[in-house]
Design a binder for this molecule. Structure first.
Ligand SMILES: Cc1ncc(COP(=O)(O)O)c(C=O)c1O
Length: 371
């Protein structure tokens, strides 16, 4: 069997939830974002762990994910953050899910089907305060809610918005968005068209202590033990949940002038010891790490040499004592005193840690551990 394994540490996940609760304070409930297979960590085991640790709500992107969670026995409220299409209404009502809502035609159908079944479906209205992605513009919120008022079978349990730059602590746009959001919500309360919960705080807002007084926070990346961007000292107490390991499958010493991998982009300058590991871009190890990445062997950093292939990568282990076939290689995570973070990989390849987790997590066999 291929020795590659993504490890998911559920103990670290519980620790991160605890840290989030500590930062958010006792009066803030937590909606854990587990969309996209829990950022590559595996939605069901992550959701089950969070549920048994007392999570208040779960957030997914689309209906399918919500249905999977219900099938797996998750009973907590589940918010479908993308909203739903007309043909998904019946499933939402049947399985007691909570859709984001921003279209009146969907509201009408939800109302009709819920009322027919004698049910009340909770919805959270999505407000666009500056992402220009999804939702009712904040200025249109009071009018939107007024139109929902006569509809039986639905209850506006919540209103939420999403922040565009909360990962940048000094950007004033976050405060502007939160102010716009709060004003719209207060206007709706004043008009008597809303009495529910509100939430806006993603991981960046949580770390920056913004939007927490609203009563619910909605973090994703912090749960998985990573900061939303570089430079957040407050994220240091969080523990990375994902690791990625492989093993050496061949090792050779080659003379100077030897080319390594496709394209001959690396030529040895001296006698080198080259180890081959069965990880490639098909395993989520980006080809942009060619001649650019580092991995850990025997607790030491060694460079990727030549191009990352579809299923294989070569590293230069010259000078590392006694490397042998079968030795553990850490591509993400810690070995000895060294650690390779998703943030490091992201910086090397010009992306964000979110994408590194999603890609590596989805492309490999996952093993769950509990530290
Ligand atoms: C609507 C919404 N809320 C919350 C989050 C969580 O964001 P973060 O992972 O930065 O905490 C996301 C993530 O993309 C999102 O789309």
């Amino acid at each position: 069997m291929i020795p590659n394994v993504v490890t998911i540490d559920l103990g670290a996940l519980r620790h991160n939830l605890f840290e989030i609760k500590r930062l958010a304070g006792p009066n803030t409930r937590i909606l854990a974002v587990v969309k996209s297979d829990a950022y590559g960590h595996g939605m069901i085991p992550v959701a089950k762990t969070l549920e048994s640790a007392g999570i208040d709500y779960l957030g997914v992107f689309e209906l399918e994910e919500g249905l999977e969670l219900r099938k797996a026995g998750c009973e907590v409220p589940i918010l479908i953050m993308m909203g739903i299409t007309s043909d998904e209404v019946s499933a939402v009502v049947e399985h007691g899910l909570t859709p984001a809502l921003f279209q009146l035609d969907i509201a009408g159908k939800l109302s009709r089907i819920s009322a027919e079944q004698g049910k009340v479906t909770p919805v959270h209205v999505k407000v666009d305060t500056g992402m220009t992605r999804l939702g009712v513009f904040s200025g249109d919120l009071p009018n939107f809610l007024k139109q929902l008022l006569p509809l039986k079978g639905i209850q506006v349990e919540g209103i939420f918005s999403h922040l565009a730059v909360a990962d940048r602590p000094d950007d004033p746009f976050t405060d502007q968005q939160i102010r716009r959001f709060q004003e719209a919500v207060e206007e709706c309360r004043r008009l008597g068209v809303f009495r529910g919960i509100v939430h806006v705080a993603n991981s960046g807002a949580l770390l920056g202590n913004k939007g927490l007084d609203l009563g619910v926070a909605r973090p994703g990346i912090l749960l998985y033990g990573a900061p939303p961007a570089k430079g957040w000292a407050a994220a240091a107490s969080f523990k990375p949940v994902m690791g990625f390991k492989s093993r050496v499958i061949q090792i050779r010493t080659v003379p100077p002038g030897t080319s390594v991998s496709y394209g001959r982009t690396y030529i040895t300058q001296e006698e080198c010891t080259i180890a081959t590991i069965p990880v490639g871009y098909d395993d989520g190890y980006s080809r942009l790490l060619s001649n650019n990445g580092e991995v850990l062997i025997h607790g030491r950093r060694v460079p990727v040499v030549g191009r990352v292939c579809m299923n294989l990568t070569m590293v230069d282990v010259t000078g590392v004592e006694g490397v042998a076939v079968g030795d553990e290689v850490v591509l993400l995570g810690a070995q000895g005193e060294e650690r390779i973070t998703a943030e490091e990989i992201a910086t090397r390849i010009g992306t964000i840690n979110y994408e590194v987790y999603c890609t590596i997590g989805k492309s490999n066999r996952r093993v769950y551990i509990d530290s």
